[in-house]
Design a protein around this ligand. Structure first.
Ligand SMILES: *Cc1c(COP(=O)(O)O)cnc(C)c1O
Length: 381
């Protein structure tokens, strides 16, 4: 049978008109401006019309102003580049700082891509443990312990420390200044992974004391990805943005160029709205806390920081798990029940542990989601 090539065309996205509470997706929904930019700039290499060899230097469209003026101010750091995602930003820093037998210290709550980036960069990994169930907290002082251990075992301090802010499982917020103070005391540079922060909440690398900061456009900056941002403190710019010996305008860690198409145009188009929404962060935190309290009233337990300081919420639901043991659809009952109510974002098959996000959802929709959970629990009692 020949492969039917037509099935690749005209594919509909069947989750479009749902209430979406998938943490991966709530902060990456496009603004109307970004959606328009996507159509306008969708052709391959569309931003390269007036490029003289460096993406960040393009004046038309105003990428130069975005990268060298708007983003440094937004992130509180001297130098910024656009990357193809948070992981690419982390990898660039790790690779540039990597040494034979070098170590990185990162929090146990770090994203898988932080581990993978370190592996690819040839770094040995030491983790700062979390406090385990139910809080999964990272104690900043444990960074000092980890540094000491690496020093004792290898004779050298780690080349880099990484903190995930917040982490992508529990949405926990660590005391970043406490971590950066320790890093300064040991002269270990600090990379802040703000994939779930930048574009949602106020983050200022200078206030935090981070030497490097990365964000994810498709996660938290209302952009069509893959795209990210990388901020670098002045003293590290020559190391991270080292130029090629063969092509003088090309930065080696950026592989010469990064977001060379529609992705950067969507990020720029959303940026004014993103700047505004960050100012409303306290409202988002209030909504998340309220939502968490309401689900707890229904017998679920929110893990991680309490009261919670982020829209990413992780729940343990013993009651839903017990229902799944008897329900006709088994562990898919929750997904199916939510789907029939046009709610999307909790992974099919999960009942006992799952995460969701309240970011950007109007209060009425959050109420609707709470009522749906109440309804489902009642139905199976
Ligand atoms: C989503 C996520 C990433 C990966 O972001 P990309 O931009 O897709 O590379 C990294 N770290 C954390 C904490 C995340 O939540």
């Amino acid at each position: 049978m020949p492969l039917d090539l037509r099935k690749f065309q005209g594919v509909k996205r069947n989750t479009l008109n749902t209430i979406n509470i998938d943490p991966l997706q709530t902060g990456g929904k496009l603004t109307p401006e970004a959606r328009a930019a996507l159509i306008q700039w969708g052709d391959g290499y569309s931003v390269c019309d007036f490029c003289h060899g460096a993406l960040d230097e393009i004046k038309t469209p105003p990428i130069y102003d975005f990268v060298h003026e708007a983003l440094p101010e937004f992130l509180g750091i001297e130098h910024v580049r656009i990357t193809n995602g948070a992981r690419e930003g982390m990898f660039a820093v790790m690779h540039a700082l990597s040494q034979e037998g070098g170590w990185i210290v990162l929090d146990e709550n770090a994203h898988y891509s932080s581990f993978i980036a370190a592996e690819r960069a040839g770094l040995n990994i030491k983790t700062v443990p979390n406090s385990d169930h139910p809080d999964y907290r990272i104690d900043p002082d444990d960074y000092a312990k980890a540094f000491e251990e690496v020093k004792k075992d290898t004779g050298k301090l780690p080349v880099l420390a990484l903190l995930t802010y917040p982490d992508g499982n529990y949405g926990n917020i660590v005391d970043t200044r406490h971590v950066s103070k320790i890093c300064r005391e040991y002269s270990v540079p600090l990379l802040l992974n703000g994939a779930y922060a930048i574009g949602r909440m106020p983050v200022n690398a200078k206030d935090i004391g981070a030497d490097f900061i990365v964000g994810s456009g498709h996660k938290s900056m209302a952009s069509s990805g893959p795209i990210g941002v990388l901020g670098v403190k002045d003293e590290y710019k020559d190391v991270i943005f080292r130029r090629s010996e063969h092509f003088e305008k090309k930065e080696v860690e950026m592989l010469g160029c990064t977001a060379r198409g529609a992705t950067i145009m969507t990020m720029m188009a959303s940026f004014p709205s993103v700047v505004e929404r960050v100012k409303r962060w306290s409202e988002e935190v209030r909504k998340a806390q309220e939502f968490s309290a309401q689900l707890e009233k229904l017998g679920l337990k929110q893990l991680g920081d309490k009261p919670h300081q982020h829209d990413l919420l992780f729940f343990e639901a013993q009651n839903l798990y017990e229902i799944s043991q008897k329900a006709k659809d088994g562990r898919y009952f929750l997904y199916n029940e939510l789907k029939s109510r046009k709610i999307h974002g909790i992974k099919p098959g999960l009942t006992k542990f799952f995460k969701l996000s309240t970011f950007g959802l109007p209060k009425e929709e959050l109420r609707y989601v709470v009522d749906a959970f109440a309804d489902i629990i009642k139905k199976y009692q």
